[in-house]
Design a protein around this ligand. Structure first.
Ligand code: BES
Ligand code: MN
Ligand code: ZN
Length: 474
């Protein structure tokens, strides 16, 4: 998809289709005369996701108008959805050029448009992908190029989440980062199993024990010259390339979906790639903690006791609570390497879907200032979060019988919070935010602006957070 700009009159834009936002009780003046009879007939209400297609519109050079309902106002979420729906509508009809009439905030509309073009076609003999050739941005151009990068990096995260586990294991994921990171200015290093064992990363290694594929810890450093040494933000992602549950095996229903259990790592990889491509002047390190959770004769057994990098011992009562184990060592590593702030993202608990559904991701923290940054960045970027409490009582449930900790509380109560309290044991007081994206990383139904599948949640938020922080620091 090629990006072009046109700051001429909307009526003069020649394209296969021109997409124009219409709202609950208003529309751009230029389509007022065309829209009025549709509103009178009750056929156009401007509701979010509503699509009206007009051929050979009177007074327009474009061959078609796509009138897209955007609800009450032009929020970042609405403009992202506008861009996405416009591209999906255009591609499904085989149009080559699409122009977007923007009111403001070209960034999120263009990001949405690029995200709207997402689809994985490499496994079909005959692709039905009608990729758009040209996207023409009409209106305020600020942010359009950044939006393009953010859209591409959101799609990068989504592509990785979609890839089947036979194609993307820990080593393949790491190889991808090694191959692609440097071109964007990222320094990439990979710690393999031998090194991890020497480092004492017994929790991470225990998860991979049942798999023929070794664990990997991938570090991506972005150290722009203009940025000061501190803050040094670390973005840690859970990367279970497939989660069978291990010996505490999961039921087979929908098990195929567990290829997306590396969405946290995919999103952190997408976010740091965007941060580097945009040249954001903040020191950021990405850390992908990668393993495959399989049952076998060499797998970790329930009741086994493992030792994490910070010396804490953990009773593995349930091998399906593996995300917190791979994160435990990653968090220890980030702390040991001098992180001043840590954000982790993980498809960590099924419980979060009961708490917040697929609408908001959960935020848990030991530092309300850092959590505030995440939530505020989400508001700007158009991604929604909700903070859960972290009272000490929840942590008591994670005390081990024989060891310092156990990896499950033994009760289904507050499962998302008890998981976070477990993670908190490994950050040694460093300001830290944990994002549980198990309910939001995969859309089971689809929306007008995106098909069902991976959402790329947190990429836009974390890029925005880094940009805002960099602008304060300078
Ligand atoms: N990857 C799962 C969490 C998950 C579940 C994500 C459903 C998406 C949909 C995680 O590793 C897991 O299995 N968590 C367990 C924890 C439990 C054993 C305490 C869960 O949520 O059931
Ligand atoms: Mn699991
Ligand atoms: Zn998992």
């Amino acid at each position: 998809m090629k990006l072009e700009f046109d700051d001429g009159e909307l009526t003069g834009i020649a394209a296969d289709a021109l997409a124009i936002p219409v709202f609950s009780d208003t529309e751009p003046d230029v389509v007022g005369a065309l829209v009025a009879p549709l509103r009178d007939a009750g056929e156009l209400k401007g509701k979010a996701g509503e699509l009206t297609l007009l051929h050979s519109p009177n007074g327009f050079a474009a061959r078609r108008l796509l009138l897209i309902g955007c609800g009450d106002d032009w929020s970042t979420e609405a403009s992202f959805a506008f861009g996405g729906q416009a591209v999906r509508a255009a591609e499904s009809r085989g149009y080559g050029q699409l122009a977007l009439a923007l009111e403001g905030d070209a960034r999120s509309a263009v990001a949405g448009a690029v995200a709207g073009g997402f689809g994985l076609e490499q496994y079909r003999l005959k692709s039905d992908d009608n990729a758009l050739e040209t996207l023409v941005v009409c209106g305020p151009l600020d942010g359009a190029k950044a939006g393009f990068v953010v859209g591409e990096c959101t799609n990068l995260a989504r592509e990785l989440a979609c890839l089947p586990a036979n194609e993307l294991g820990p080593e393949e994921f790491a190889a991808r980062a090694v191959a692609d990171g440097p071109a964007h200015g990222l320094m990439v290093s990979v710690m393999g199993e031998t090194e991890l064992r020497e480092m004492g990363a017994g929790a991470l290694c225990s998860v991979a024990d049942g798999s023929a594929r070794p664990p990997q810890l991938v570090r991506l450093d972005w150290s722009p010259e203009g940025a000061s040494k501190e803050p040094h933000l670390w973005l840690v992602g859970k990367g279970i390339t497939f989660d069978t549950g291990g010996i505490s095996i999961k039921p087979s229903k929908n098990l195929q979906k567990m290829k997306y259990d590396m969405s946290g790592a995919a999103c952190m990889y997408g976010a740091i790639t965007a941060i580097a491509r945009l040249g954001v002047e903040l020191r950021v390190t990405g850390l992908l903690t990668l393993a495959e959770n399989m049952p076998s004769g060499t797998a970790t057994r329930p009741g086994d006791i493992v030792r994490a990098m910070n010396g804490k011992h953990i009773e593995v009562d349930n091998t399906d609570a593996e995300g917190r184990l791979v994160l435990a060592d990653a968090l220890c590593y980030a702390v040991a390497e001098g992180a001043t702030h840590i954000i982790d993202s993980a498809t960590l608990t099924g419980a979060v879907t009961y708490a917040l559904g697929s609408t908001r991701a959960a935020v848990m923290t030991n530092d309300d200032v850092l959590a505030g940054r995440v939530i505020a960045a989400g508001d700007v970027a158009g991604e929604r979060y909700w903070q859960l409490p972290m009272d000490a009582e929840y942590g008591k449930l994670m005390k081990g019988e024989l060891a310092d900790l156990k990896n499950v509380s033994g009760t289904p109560e507050a499962g998302t919070i008890t998981a976070a309290k477990f993670l908190e044991e490994f950050v040694d007081g460093t300001p830290w935010v944990h994002l549980d994206i198990a309910g939001t990383a995969w859309d089971n139904k689809g929306k007008p602006h995106r098909p069902k599948g991976p959402t790329g949640i947190t990429v836009r938020t974390l890029v925005q957070l880094a940009e805002t922080w960099a602008s304060e620091a300078s």
